[in-house]
Design a protein around this ligand. Structure first.
Ligand code: MG
Length: 388
């Protein structure tokens, strides 16, 4: 039996990204909580028909790269060269021993590729040497010199070409062996130069390339429109009454004939809320982040837990749409402290009071809350999660 040659993806991320301004190279900057480069890497790594993924990086960025890929399964990266052409050639050449059948070459600054687009490219390669995605230009096109229109160009046969660009590996490998002094804009141009027929299939309008600082904002619009999900999440907590003269609920000190027992300040409401928020961003639970056997959390105000969690929420590119909490107890009377608690939550979380609903209920004398042994709180949070 002939062994099937693997399908591989090569992601170009070797640039220093100076055009998007100072700071981290753009491919390592976060977009809705996730580094730009990781968006496309996840899609490529998860695709069933792609066997191996490798990234071309700048030698100075090795640590940044390791931090970004973390748990993803990738081949060892390869260093880029001075130009895009050299980087691509280094990457392609590094696959020689693996001898892939198909290679998809992708620009790491294009985060929004889809499994369907990858399928289409691979499928179209069954009868072709080179296939690239593109979008037909519909705007009027002008050739301009010093701000003045010199010529109007007929756009009917003009396409904007994107990546990934898909090739029969042997064909693109050979194309890159030819000496060239030209600074090619993409791999399709290298293929074409060596006589390979390059076919264009329908790409995606949303498959944008992040080039200038404003592109990060455009990318966020795409995420909100095409990639956001609503998560409805729940948290629940109970604390027992003990000796004391107040309880803390939602960070508000409420005078009471007893206190709540706990390792921290026993703010049962904030604990339920934090648990819900952590669920929403797939970040475990409160016990994992603030273990009750650790001294540093002893008597700690639970507002600190909430602030820490809100930072995680924002780093994960999530937003809170609404919070609904139910306090289950006979006393204290929640309605008396509702506004103070809403104000406090609004301040810590940086969201409008209108998005925070708090209410109390009793269990009609039944169970531990009915017997006045403690307080239970249930928190339901609706979140908009962009990061997937
Ligand atoms: Mg608790």
């Amino acid at each position: 039996m002939i062994k099937k040659r693997p399908t591989v993806a090569l992601v170009l991320a070797g640039g220093q990204g100076t055009r998007v301004g100072v700071g981290l190279p753009k491919q390592y900057r976060k977009l809705a909580g996730k580094p730009l480069l990781r968006w496309s890497l996840e899609t490529l790594c998860q695709h069933q028909k792609i066997d191996y993924v490798k990234v071309v990086i700048h030698p100075d960025d090795e640590q940044l790269y390791r931090d970004v890929i973390a748990d993803l399964e990738l081949l060892e990266p390869v260093y880029g060269g001075q130009t895009r052409y050299e980087s691509s050639r280094n990457g392609i050449h590094s696959f020689k021993e693996l001898s892939p059948g198909i290679i998809l070459i992708h620009d790491g600054a294009r985060p929004f590729i889809t499994p369907k687009l990858l399928d289409q490219l691979i499928l179209n390669l069954t009868s072709r040497m080179a296939v690239v995605p593109g979008v037909q230009i519909v705007d009027a096109i002008k050739k301009i010199d010093k701000g003045l229109v010199e010529q109007t160009v007929d756009p009917s046969n003009l396409w904007r070409v994107q990546t990934p660009q898909a090739f029969q590996f042997d064909a693109i490998f050979s194309a890159y062996q030819l000496p060239s002094k030209l600074n090619f804009r993409d791999d399709a141009a290298v293929a074409q130069q060596s006589g390979i027929g390059v076919y264009v299939i329908d790409g995606l309008e949303e498959n944008i390339k992040i080039t200038v600082p404003g592109d990060f904002e455009n990318a966020l619009k795409v995420i909100v429109e095409k990639r956001s999900h609503i998560h409805v999440v729940n948290g629940f907590d109970v604390h027992k009454f003990g000796l004391g003269d107040h309880v803390k609920l939602c960070g508000v000190k409420i005078p009471f004939s007893r206190g709540l027992l706990g390792h921290s300040d026993a703010d049962v409401a904030l604990h339920a809320l934090v648990d819900a928020l952590l669920s929403g961003i797939d970040s475990g639970d409160i016990g994992q982040h603030f273990p009750s056997n650790e001294e540093r959390w002893r008597d700690r105000p639970s507002e600190d837990f909430l602030s820490y969690t809100m930072k995680l929420v924002s780093e994960n590119g999530a937003k809170i749409n609404h919070i609904d909490m139910t306090f289950i107890c006979n006393e204290p009377r929640i309605s008396e402290f509702r506004e103070a608690m809403r104000n406090k939550l609004s301040k810590i979380m940086g969201i409008s009071k209108k998005r925070i609903s708090l209410k109390g209920t009793t269990t009609d004398g039944l169970g531990f809350t009915g017997r006045g042994e403690g307080i239970a709180v249930q928190a339901t949070v609706t979140m908009i999660v962009y990061n997937e």
